[in-house]
Design a protein. Structure first.
Length: 233
């Protein structure tokens, strides 16, 4: 082996090692970002949630598409904050809204500037018996479960990873006492868009948002790791 070929091989090896490190760091950054999103939601810190989004972003929630940073603010601040926290940015006495994010699969693009992630959320929520008066009393459940999935897109802007497209789909929702086996089918789709509904989405996606006992698949962003084939319904 000549000195020139050795240098070429070493340069190629270093390039490949750097590429692998970059992918691992990007995966960890995206994973951390999504977990932080869950922690902010836990305590109804909706302003902090909005700040995790890129300027050119959108949020898809239960079939409603909230477009741009203005749409994201409408969803989290105008809708969620006012409904669940009385417009307060921060924890509310007696209100439980845990959003653990887990079972994650993160795929980074070739250029390392964008990524996609699939996360499961198993939510525990409720209102304590000493906090049922006032605005929280409008919530119909005292304690409930929800299981859902995120299929998100992320982008690296000025060296910082942000949420480009948040796509959340709930799969089941049930009261704590009766459980998911006894839950009635729910229609979670919004009916009216913005501005007719001041806190409504900009667009409605009508297909694929039936809750349990419906058990269809939320499409995977990644191909099969062994066969390389995309999943088809």
């Amino acid at each position: 082996m000549t000195e020139l070929s050795l240098e070429t091989d070493l340069a190629s090896m270093l390039f490949e090692l750097q590429r692998r490190v970059d992918v691992l760091e990007a995966q960890q950054a995206v994973r951390t970002l999504q977990h932080q999103y869950g922690y902010y939601l836990d305590k109804t810190l909706y302003r902090e949630v909005v700040d995790l989004f890129a300027e050119d972003s959108e949020a898809v929630f239960c079939g409603g598409v909230f477009k741009g940073k203005a749409g994201v603010r409408r969803l989290y601040i105008d809708r969620f904050s006012n409904r669940f926290a009385g417009g307060v940015n921060g924890p509310v006495f007696g209100f439980l809204l845990d959003h653990p994010q887990h079972q994650d699969v993160v795929t980074v693009s070739e250029d390392g500037l964008s990524a996609k992630g699939r996360f499961r959320c198993t939510m525990q929520a409720g209102i304590h018996k000493d906090a049922t008066e006032g605005f929280l009393g409008r919530v119909t459940h005292d304690q409930w479960w929800e299981g859902g999935m995120y299929e998100n897109e992320y982008v690296k802007e000025d060296g910082v990873w942000k949420i480009k497209r948040l796509n959340y789909r709930p799969f089941w929702h049930s009261e704590y006492g009766t459980g998911w086996a006894q839950s009635d089918p729910m229609d979670v789709l919004p009916k009216v868009t913005f501005p007719e509904d001041p806190v409504g989405p900009d667009e409605i996606i009508s297909a694929g948002y039936e809750l349990y006992p419906n058990t269809d698949v939320f499409p995977f962003h990644y191909d099969h790791p062994v066969t390389g084939a995309p999943w088809r319904p």
